[in-house]
Design a protein around this ligand. Structure first.
Ligand code: XMP
Length: 319
């Protein structure tokens, strides 16, 4: 009989056998898979685990602090946070091509992670949140952070001098099993059942060139959208929902004042496998509330649009 508690016991035994008293490094992204690995390894080997959390500055509102609060403050996991927002922005400056942006983000991520890893001299193992679907689909790799992790997987991303053996405790599990294990390990339900978030983060949700103020506006708009979705009970009914920053200006009027500001698009989809998706038929009242809150609370936004494109032919992300 499969119970999360039994699986956890079994995984802990196997991890201890594999690593002994050696040190393990984990790239923590704040996503479900790496978070569950962090919680599990912390339980199995405690201080032998060091996590590196690269904050690329393209995370959602408060996300970086939440990751640190949960793992470092609450659970006592050893986490090195690298605030690399400035480096990412510098390298992305002037670039507006979606694939080029993904590559820059992915490569910068590898550079920073490797730099941190090299500083930790006596690490023998690299842990990863590889799950069963990743194993099957490893031929069809996506760009961005997922790709980074996968290139580490092939040891391609790591310098010759620090080849490490892999620890992949979730390799045989499906996503829903990983989530149940996460809950059993004490991770918050909201975190474990969060919508997926792409490795390049807001980088693919700011169309064209990425700028600091665009990211700040988008973070606020996205937070309002998600807050209202949750309040209306629609978060669980959608598979993925987010705001997109459109770098075009539109005229609006507030009181007697004319505004000429940016446009935010809202995207919400229902899907089983993310290969095809239907745009979510959110209630008009909900859309109305989100739209008026965004325009009223964010002075740099004058208009909100709702994306009614399904996949195919549109993709879920706008870039
Ligand atoms: P699309 O836009 O291709 O997205 O319909 C399908 C799913 O994949 C996610 N996605 C990414 N995840 N790196 C990632 O780790 C990426 O570069 C990337 N691009 C898209 C997207 O959020 C959706 O869940």
């Amino acid at each position: 009989l499969w119970t999360p508690a039994q699986i956890i016991e079994d995984m802990i035994t196997r991890v201890r056998e594999q690593v002994g008293n050696k040190k393990v490094l984990l790239g923590l992204s704040g996503g479900v898979d790496s978070s569950v690995v962090a919680a599990l390894l912390h339980k199995a080997i405690g201080d032998q685990l060091t996590c590196v959390f690269v904050d690329h500055g393209l995370l959602r509102k408060n996300e970086g602090n939440q990751v640190m609060e949960m793992f470092a403050d609450n659970m006592g996991v050893r986490v090195i946070r690298v605030d690399a927002a400035k480096l990412f922005l510098d390298r992305l400056k002037g670039e507006s091509d979606p694939e080029a942006k993904r590559k820059i983000i992915g490569n910068t991520f590898i550079d920073i992670f490797d730099e941190e890893a090299t500083k930790l001299t006596d690490v023998d193992f690299l842990a990863q949140g590889t799950i069963y679907p990743d194993v099957i689909e490893s031929a069809a790799v996506k760009d961005g952070k997922a790709h980074v992790i996968k290139s580490h997987h092939n040891v391609g991303g790591l310098p010759e001098t620090m080849r490490m053996e892999l620890v992949e405790p979730l390799r045989e599990l499906f996503k829903d099993e990983v989530r149940r294990i996460g809950v059993e390990l004490g991770l918050p339900h909201d975190m474990v059942y969060r919508h997926p978030f792409p490795g390049p983060g807001l980088g693919v949700r700011i169309l064209g060139e990425i700028k600091q103020d665009y990211a700040d506006i988008l973070r606020e708009a996205d937070a309002i959208f998600i807050e209202e979705l949750r309040a209306a009970g629609w978060y669980e009914k959608t598979s993925q929902a987010f705001a997109v920053f459109l770098p075009i200006k539109s005229v609006g009027v507030v009181g007697d004042t004319r505004r000429y500001e940016w446009v935010i698009a809202l995207r919400a989809v229902e899907t089983i496998d993310f290969m095809t998706a239907r745009w979510a038929h959110l209630p008009y009242e909900l859309l109305e509330k989100v739209s008026s809150r965004i325009i009223n609370e964010i002075p740099q936004v004058s208009r909100v649009a709702y994306d009614v494109s399904s996949k195919p032919p549109a993709t879920i992300e706008w870039e």
